[in-house]
Design a protein around this ligand. Structure first.
Ligand SMILES: [Zn+2]
Length: 242
């Protein structure tokens, strides 16, 4: 579905998000969702007037399986280069275990909904990346949209937000979520499956002053209430939970 000019999202639901970013007829994909999203990609590209031949790069906000879904397939079948922050490369390659500590608080209905959604789309058997390039904090990437990397460790060590100034958009990955797949709670909050919640909250200071009206998370709806307000709500929710 169309999110904003130049930005589409694969899938009509906002449980697991994969974004398509267009710049001068070329496309960067930000996060690869779950494997089943691959079959939805051609129709979404067509809605942008593009095809998979226009996809120049796939950027991963971090190395969790519900973000690398179709990455290996796109790399292997279409020779699209895949990149992730250097601190999450081993996770994306499946060489280290998920650093997340358990599920945190859960509510059965939303959790089952998330699991069912991912299982139906191949989420239990996500191919690890055989090859992944890396980027560092502060880099401006030479791909469509020219995203700038903002490292936000906590959710995982290599979690990174990607700022696309020309689209007025900040892709936050799981630096925060606007929907908790484990509890069904809506609104800006620390994402489920976060390795170090205190570090994740501290990292939000790196996002506060980013000039973008649109924050696009890995899970949940787009946030249009301003980055500073999102950060304030995440901090508040985290403080209430402690
Ligand atoms: Zn994650």
């Amino acid at each position: 579905m169309k999110i904003a000019p130049g930005i589409h999202r694969i899938g009509d639901r906002s449980i697991v998000n994969s974004y398509l970013v267009e710049d001068a007829g070329q496309v960067t994909i930000i996060d690869a969702g779950v494997p089943g999203h691959y079959r939805d990609m051609p129709a979404e590209l067509a809605a942008m007037g593009r095809t998979v031949a226009d996809v120049r790069a796939l950027l991963l906000t971090h190395g969790h399986t519900d973000h690398i879904g179709f990455a290996e397939r796109l790399r292997r079948e279409r020779q699209v280069p895949v990149s992730v922050h250097e601190a999450d490369a081993a996770l994306a390659r499946g060489e280290v275990p998920n650093p997340a500590k358990g599920y945190g608080p859960t509510r059965l209905g939303p959790l089952l909904g998330f699991l069912w959604y991912t299982i139906l789309r191949g989420g239990l058997r996500v191919p690890k990346l055989q090859e992944v390039a890396t980027f560092g904090d502060g880099a401006t990437l030479d791909v469509p949209g020219s995203p700038r990397v903002i490292l936000t460790p906590g959710h995982t060590p290599g979690s990174a937000a990607l700022h696309v100034p020309s689209l007025n958009a900040l892709f936050v990955g799981d630096a925060f979520a606007t929907y908790a797949v484990t509890t069904g709670a809506h609104g800006p909050q620390v994402a489920p499956f976060t390795a170090d919640a205190a570090q994740a909250v501290a990292s939000l200071a790196r996002l506060e002053d980013v000039p973008a009206d649109l924050a696009l998370p890995g899970h949940g709806d787009p946030w249009t209430g301003g980055i500073q307000e999102a950060v304030r709500q995440v901090r508040q929710a985290a403080a209430t939970r402690d």
